[in-house]
Design a protein around this ligand. Sequence first.
Ligand code: PGA
Length: 241
Amino acid sequence: MKVIIARDYKELSKKASSILASQLILKPESVLGLATGSTPIGTYEELIKLHKQGVISFSSVTTFNLDEYYGLDSNNPNSYSYFMRDKLFNHIDIDNNRVHIPNGLTKDIQKECQAYEKKIIGKGGIDIQLLGIGRNGHIGFNEPDIKFEAITHLVNLDTDTIYANARFFKDVKGVPKKAISMGIKTIMNSKKILLLASGEEKAQIVYDTLYGKITPETPASVLQLHPNLIVIVDKQAAKYL
Ligand code: PGA
């Protein structure tokens, strides 16, 4: 694994966007795995800047997002579909037909999950998967004690995740309790993984993820086994490294 320690969040975002931009320049038809949450917002801002400067184009890119809340429709401002349009897709030249996010309103979860996996495989797999990390070690919505061999599936959100994400909702009661998420196996099948973490509240989990025991209790710890993992952390998140 390659660990990059950035001075601060801004430098982290610039470094992450450079890696993604070089991926697009070298392979314009790349398949990107994308993430939501606070951490990648700066990276998306930098990518938008590079696009507006004419450095990169998303016109041939395909994207798959990690997850979506179950029960929220794509126009709900708390849905990850809305988040992605707001933070990235509305500002770049991506073809909406090549954007994929699990349908949180699906009536047939099994079918939705299987179709999502099939589409990823049909596109030749994910070239680079961007990841944030939860304080409890989740990646996507793969919460502690998940099965490493799981593919896209319906998950129950951990209490810690529900409280962490309540900041985006009116109150904690409004946070959905379930989500559709790529599984650990889906994520591990990506050709390259770019894990980002910022701030002191992530310092312990970053240490446990990179140097602790590989265990489903810390879902992200499985990333130690990925052959092509790049980790970018800012100084605060790198406190114990
Ligand atoms: P955050 O979330 O980027 O908002 O900290 C990360 C995650 O929960 O995966």
